[in-house]
Design a binder for this molecule. Structure first.
Ligand SMILES: Cc1cc2nc3c(=O)[nH]c(=O)nc-3n(C[C@H](O)[C@H](O)[C@H](O)COP(=O)(O)O)c2cc1C
Length: 318
């Protein structure tokens, strides 16, 4: 893989996208590349980056550029980090561990999705940098509390709560690629959609040698074990987080991760026994919500949204 992404094969992100399209089965590629409904928001989110231009300052000596920043108490070498991407293990064997390792080597942080295919413990062990845990309340509050406790014990330094998945988006590419049928475990329904996998033998070999269809080892359902892949859409819809949950969640409070929580800030840093809240928010898409958040968070606001993956939505908040 690393030779495939060496220069000059890969010079920019468009090159990486092209390689991914060649390597992955359609349903897997479209999961990363696609958006909800007619993908208006996806296109708009890409377009607005073209409006950003730099204003260079010339005739200025820059002996050493210092790109280091501090985010949620973590010192990063770069002003960027790897956000949570669910099911990364579908893209590449032990994908979350590979991404966390690369983030650590680059001196930046990695946020592990609740919906990851690798165990919290293994992801932490893979990275030399800070790791954060992104929380969905899939499986219910007890399941989330246990995962938070595990994350905290192994050394995840922040909890990032995602609040924008109250409904599943209509992802049209998934419908065309037969994602639902492929997850049905019914061979007759799956059959018409299997050729896309046979057309990608290298991916298929890696997928099978990595254990096949991943489960979610960090969503451990009582009496059942890790949540299965097929159950994810329904579980997400039942895991809505409200501002009330964020302000006082007795279950999460038990393990100390969401105590001290009057200000309603959904990103929290584990800080010894006393949990310090930090001013970061994920998934704020609407102006009014940002307003509430700004009032709550009082000072600096970091804003990010699920982007167009899950819903058509308003323009990127400026
Ligand atoms: C394939 C894919 C999976 C994602 N999975 C998650 C997830 O599990 N949890 C989460 O909070 N955000 C998830 N996101 C959202 C990203 O973390 C990020 O917020 C979003 O893509 C917007 O950033 P971007 O404009 O750099 O893509 C996912 C995004 C993509 C494209």
């Amino acid at each position: 893989m690393s030779r495939a992404v060496d220069s000059p094969r890969v010079v920019n992100i468009g090159d990486l996208r092209r390689l991914a399209e060649r390597r992955l089965p359609r349903a897997v590629f479209d999961y990363i590349d696609g958006g909800a409904d007619a993908e208006l928001t996806l296109r708009e989110n890409c377009r607005v980056f073209d409006e950003v231009t730099f204003r260079p300052r010339n005739a200025v000596a820059v002996p050493r550029c210092d790109l280091r920043v501090s985010v949620l108490g973590a010192r990063l070498e770069l002003p960027l980090l790897l956000g949570p991407v669910g099911s990364s293990r579908m893209f590449y064997p032990r994908g979350e561990e590979a991404a966390a390792r690369a983030a650590g080597a680059a001196g930046t942080a990695y946020a592990l999705s609740t919906l990851s295919g690798c165990r919290l413990e293994d992801v932490k062990a893979a990275s030399s940098g800070p790791v954060w845990y992104q929380l969905y309340l899939v499986g219910g509050r007890e399941v989330a509390t246990a995962a938070i406790q595990r994350a905290r014990t192994v050394g995840f330094s922040a909890l990032v709560v995602t609040i924008d998945t109250a409904v599943s988006g209509l992802r049209e590419r998934d419908v065309r690629n037969g994602t639902k049928e492929l997850l049905s475990r019914n061979p007759c329904m799956m059959l018409p959609f299997l050729t896309q996998f046979l057309a990608r033998p290298r991916w298929l070999a890696g997928f099978l040698s990595d254990g096949g269809l991943m489960a979610f080892p960090n969503v451990v359902l009582p009496g059942e074990g890790p949540m299965s892949y097929a159950d994810v859409a329904a579980a997400l819809e039942q895991s809505t987080v409200s501002w009330a949950d964020l302000r006082s969640n007795p279950d999460c409070g038990k393990c100390g991760a969401m105590t001290d929580y009057d200000s309603g800030r959904p990103a929290i840093r584990f800080d010894n026994e006393r949990v310090r809240t930090e001013k970061a928010l994920r998934r704020l898409m609407q102006h009014e919500m940002c307003h509430v958040a700004v009032i709550d968070a009082a000072t600096k606001l970091r804003q990010d949204s699920h982007g167009p993956l899950w819903q058509e939505c308003m323009k990127r908040f400026e």
